[in-house]
Write a protein that binds this ligand. Structure first.
Ligand code: FES
Length: 154
């Protein structure tokens, strides 16, 4: 696996500005959607940066996790425009539908539920992301349909 990861890193120039892209690549390469300590070390070595700087980046951005997560990560926006558009009742619906609370992963390993700040699509609030896909104008019925489409692929 380390060789595969080194090949992934080698696709990028050794520039500090690539730090987030490299973390993203390695996180995607892991089956449980997270960054291991070894990943952080590989990136630090590749970019010749202190490990602490790579660790700080990996813990600052909510897109990254240092803990194993589900195959799909759901991020429901909790910022004011989505909040006013009903995000909190959607969160309750998501928790009911998945049988987990924020920060948890479903027992089948398919979904991890998280909240996030503004996704930049306030015009279609309330909104969420699943992995890199954005969904807006959410209702409890639409949530169920969306989750079913991911369950169908499992
Ligand atoms: S506040 Fe939710 S997308 Fe902007």
């Amino acid at each position: 696996m380390t060789d595969q990861k080194l090949k992934l890193l080698a696709r990028y120039p050794r520039e500090r500005t690539r730090l987030l892209s490299l973390l993203h690549e390695l996180q995607r390469a892991n089956p449980n959607n997270y960054l291991t300590g070894e990943d952080l070390r590989l990136v630090a070595d590749y970019l010749n940066l202190p490990l602490s700087e790579v660790h700080d980046a990996a813990t600052f951005y909510s897109l990254f996790s240092l803990k194993p997560r589900g195959k799909h990560v759901i991020r429901l926006c909790k910022s004011p425009p989505c909040h006013l558009a009903g995000a909190w009742s959607l969160l309750a619906a998501l928790e009911r539908e998945l049988g987990i609370t924020v920060g948890e992963t479903t027992p089948d390993g398919l979904f991890t539920l998280e909240t996030t700040s503004c996704l930049g699509v306030c015009g279609v609030a309330p909104a969420m992301m699943i992995d890199e896909e954005v969904y807006g104008r959410l209702t409890p019925d639409r949530l169920r349909e969306i989750l079913a489409s991911y369950r169908g692929e499992a």
